[in-house]
Write a protein that binds this ligand. Structure first.
Ligand SMILES: Cc1cc2nc3c(=O)[nH]c(=O)nc-3n(C[C@H](O)[C@H](O)[C@H](O)COP(=O)(O)OP(=O)(O)OC[C@H]3O[C@@H](n4cnc5c(N)ncnc54)[C@H](O)[C@@H]3O)c2cc1C
Length: 442
């Protein structure tokens, strides 16, 4: 047996560990001929939009090419926070201080919104407000975090503090990093259960959820829209596209090519270890916080909600790769932080697409009459839920207070068609190299 094979436990699977408890179910529902609002994409964004639209009295159908919740929404790390992935300095430079602050506040509002949604709808998804530890890859990264800590506390309204290296073990059972930041505006959930619970809530409120229907085009027709799907045509008075990292399929098809040209889909990979004793997990994760480090090619990791596995995520590859081939790289990354796990095997490895944008911001808006909500930068459990809700308010004409992420200039790049696979390996390799250089110089 090769070393790579020996890390894979007997019965190893390439489906998300989350699907053991909450695999997105198959629905077999008929495609309606008409909907007040057609939502394309049945992830958190589409489902949250459907729920809000129903609460506001709109007839709504959610269409998904695969199964409802099949995309990133049942594959992610289940780490819940409302932060942006763009440095506050860069945001200020691009938008000015006042607008930058409004954008940061608009993003931070996603966190209380998801907490409120889970509580209001009674969604059983193992949600815990556990806080997050952001360990610094280098002393410089620690200083950069320290410079932002007050700002994060201000926009989230919850305690945020620095933990120096000599106290790091209060938050993480490892000496691999240079201290870090503890942010309380952060929680953990079971993403598969959350996707299922949100779908149930939307359905209870009267939304129609239709799976196995790919939308291949949306055209204006008679004051509304005609959706061309692989199961026939459908009419809608309004359309929301919420396809995020799946906005363009492997054959180049897209419900909304304009949006696909603004999404940079990137594969993210996660492994789940075999079961470990609870005391071992508590030693690795004191306080059971969510962890995501400060590298450009970041590692994110956490205990499972069951408290007996490590879930370890990262960009194992910047070229499309099968999860079983990514697993050894993720296992090596995990051992760098937790060497004591060297004999621990992996039971599941899986992948899903996150969506970056060229300005690193999430967006909602309208193009050619079609609404969109997308671009969560790999941090969309709370954000996609929030964007869907905000887009729904806009469609319903109920967005009274305005939203700083609505209608921003939404950049693309010349000749970019939505397929980044020809340049991602170079950029990813360059980022990885810079991480190594930073660390070597630290
Ligand atoms: C491995 C991984 C780890 C992650 N970890 C975290 C984390 O810990 N914390 C966090 O906050 N975020 C995380 N994310 C990001 C988060 O999961 C996403 O931002 C969020 O789920 C996006 O939700 P969505 O509804 O916008 O898109 P998705 O859930 O991806 O849904 C899009 C849906 O659109 C459908 N679709 C696409 N095209 C069509 C079409 N033409 N017709 C019909 N349907 C179509 C797809 O089938 C898909 O189901 C992670 C993502 C991945 C992949």
């Amino acid at each position: 047996m090769s070393p790579a094979q020996s890390i894979l436990a007997p019965g190893f699977k390439t489906t998300p560990w989350w699907w053991e408890a909450a695999e997105p179910p198959k629905r077999d529902s008929a495609l309606p001929t008409h909907a007040g609002v057609a939502v394309v994409g049945g992830g958190y964004a589409g489902l949250s939009a459907a729920l809000t639209l129903r609460r506001l009295g709109h007839e709504v159908a959610v269409l998904d090419a695969e199964r409802i919740g099949w995309g990133a929404s049942s594959r992610n790390g289940g780490m819940v926070s409302g932060g942006l992935k763009v440095a506050s300095g860069a945001l200020e430079k691009a938008h000015g201080a006042e607008r930058a602050k409004a954008i940061a506040l608009a993003a931070a509002a996603s966190f209380p919104f998801i907490e409120e949604t889970i509580a209001r709808e009674g969604i059983g998804c193992d949600y815990v407000r556990c806080g997050r530890f952001v360990p610094a890859w280098t002393p410089k990264h620690y200083d950069a975090l320290a410079a932002r800590v007050d700002f994060i506390a201000e926009v989230t309204g919850l305690p945020t503090r620095m933990l120096p290296k000599d106290r790091q073990r209060e938050a993480l059972g490892s000496d691999h990093y240079h201290g870090g930041m503890v942010a309380e505006a952060s929680g953990s959930l079971h993403p598969g259960k959350y996707a299922r619970g949100l779908a149930d809530a939307a359905e209870r409120a009267g939304a129609r959820l239709v799976d196995g229907v790919r939308v291949n085009g949306i055209r204006r027709e008679d004051g509304g829209f005609r959706l061309v799907t692989d199961r026939g045509r459908m009419r809608a008075d309004a359309v929301l596209v919420a396809t995020n990292g799946y906005s363009r399929d492997g054959h180049g098809r897209s419900a909304m090519p304009w949006l696909a040209r603004r999404m940079i889909p990137v594969g993210s990979y996660i492994i789940a270890t075999e079961e470990l004793p609870h005391y071992a997990i508590d030693k690795l994760f004191p306080g059971r916080r969510m962890i995501s480090d400060t590298r450009r090619v970041l590692n994110y990791f956490r205990p499972s909600p069951t408290g007996n596995r490590v879930l370890w995520g990262g960009r194992a590859s910047f070229s499309p790769t099968e999860p079983d081939r990514a697993a050894p790289a993720l296992h090596r990354m995990m051992l760098a932080v937790f060497p004591e796990l060297k004999d621990v095997q992996v039971t599941h490895a899986w992948t899903g697409n996150v969506a970056f944008t060229f300005d690193f911001l999430p967006h909602i808006g309208v193009q050619d009459g079609i609404h969109y909500a997308a671009g969560c930068q790999g941090s969309g459990v709370a954000m996609a839920t929030w964007l869907g809700h905000r887009a729904a308010l806009k469609i319903a004409g109920a967005d009274n207070e305005g939203f700083a992420l609505d209608g921003l200039n939404f950049p693309t790049a010349p000749f970019y068609n939505g397929n980044p696979n020809w340049f991602l390996p170079f950029i990813g390799g360059w980022y990885r190299l810079r991480d190594h250089i930073d660390r070597a110089a630290a």
